[in-house]
Design a protein around this ligand. Sequence first.
Ligand code: SF4
Length: 597
Amino acid sequence: MTVRGEVVLDVDGLSVGYVRRDGSINTVVDSVSFQLERGTILGLAGESGCGKSTTALAAISYRAPGSRILSGRSQLQGVDLLGLSTQRLRRIWGSKVAYVAQSAALALNPALTVGRQLSQPLAVHLGLHGSASRARQVELLESMGLPDPARALRRYPFQFSGGQQQRVALALALSCKPDVLILDEPTTGLDVTTQARITKLLRGLVTDFGLGCLYVSHDLALLATLADRLAVMYAGEIVEAGAAGAVVSKQRHPYTQALLAAVPSVRRPREVVGIPGRPPTSVVLDACAYAPRCRYVLPACRTGRVAMRDPGDGHAARCIRLEEIEKLPALGSELAAARPGRDVLLEVDGIVCAYTGAEGPAVNGVGFVVHGAERVGIVGESGSGKSTLLRAIAGLHRPQAGSIRLGGIELAPTAVKRPRSVRREIQLVFQNPDSSLNPRHTILDIVARPIRLFRDDVPRARERETVQELLDAVKLPSGLLYRYPAELSGGQRQRVALARAFSAKPSLLLCDEVTSALDVSVQATILELIAELSEQTQTAVVWVSHDLAVVRTIANRALVMRDGEVCEEGETDELFAAARHPYTRELLAAIPELLPA
Ligand code: SF4
């Protein structure tokens, strides 16, 4: 019999480091403690590089290549996993402890049917074979909500959608009835409606199976709605921990407060605040690690390590001013609002785009207009046709039918056939600056290129100065002109991509999932920046995203796309407050939300 609340994994003082080339240790996780209780979910939140995934793996005694567990213990029902041999650990991994990573596609063997993959742990750990094994396999797929389980067992992973693959990965993880389930961003990359179905399923499984679950995610809104308890990590330490509702409603650490203020909301229009600066790359042992970025820093914060403190209600924070912080009003400020002109800048009419071999068109008769200086969002799930539509406007995908006009002049279907003036007017920023910035060029060369191509008003002698002005405008630190993209952080690279786009002085900026690979605090700074620059330069923006909250934050008008067609269009505030189309309502309902309705 399982008892809800019984501690199944007790992690105490866990520290992890990576061995540097010179043999010294770079500590990346320090003195982390938490407990997993049956039937409950502990959410471990934080941004990239904070140590949350390293912590999750180390807690089950898995050492990432090059890493070393420096101290601590992790007791699974009284047995310290950190002291066990690999052989004993292998018997525990997959039976008592299960781990599900972000990419189900990587976790599943593409060459084996789902049935074969499920049969292996059942045979190794539970000794089930033949009809007994098959019955358990069907039962598992059924409990994951997969249609026609008997048939699903004969299929290969590639024959399932992304969400179904993640269900299969969960079935595999739960096949041997583990006590502990570790989930590392299991729904990141999935569409919002699929994510909602998987998290609902997970919640039920944790309760029904009596699992002690650790859910690692960068998505605070998701954890706030799913987890029972929440721990927030920063620079390798837990900086705040408590009941999820308490942490979200009464933050006691300035980092948690800032992180929540950076999360865009579908209910809260145009309010988002970034966190200036960058986190340290290793644990800080002689001061508060957040001090360089903290708006409430005092000299005392820099005199020594700050300990975790619980005022007595089970809600602890690593801050000397926690009692004051929780009384402060939530952060939040309005982004510069777009003030659209009356003149139509872009007219898209009856666009049809198709890919060779595809069943139907990717974009099917879409039409809309964008006024000067307007910010229009296009939202939809994967495969809705939103990115193809954007590429057609940019002249990177030749439409089969329809017309695109800019300033009243019909554009050629491909960019190479468009005159130089049109290529200057329309600039595109992609999701991934790693692939859109030439790694062999300096930042100066990258940003100067559109100036050389399109800006007759900038003589060669003023080029460097103009590039520096643009880097200042996108708020990059000085001294980056001769650096290469690889030397910059992801957020800085996206700022360079923006500086390059604005260097051409466009009238229309096309943004394709520009912030979706960024941490939420960096995303907030980029949203602030785009709003400010588009307002200052009166540049219209078409913003494509799967994230409705981001679109609500940045756009003053939005289109919702599904299966290549626009199913709803309207002013952002109205559309989000009173969606008319059932699909828009379904999308909105699937989004985890930090704010009360
Ligand atoms: S201890 Fe000081 S610097 Fe650190 S979070 Fe608290 S107020 Fe900010």
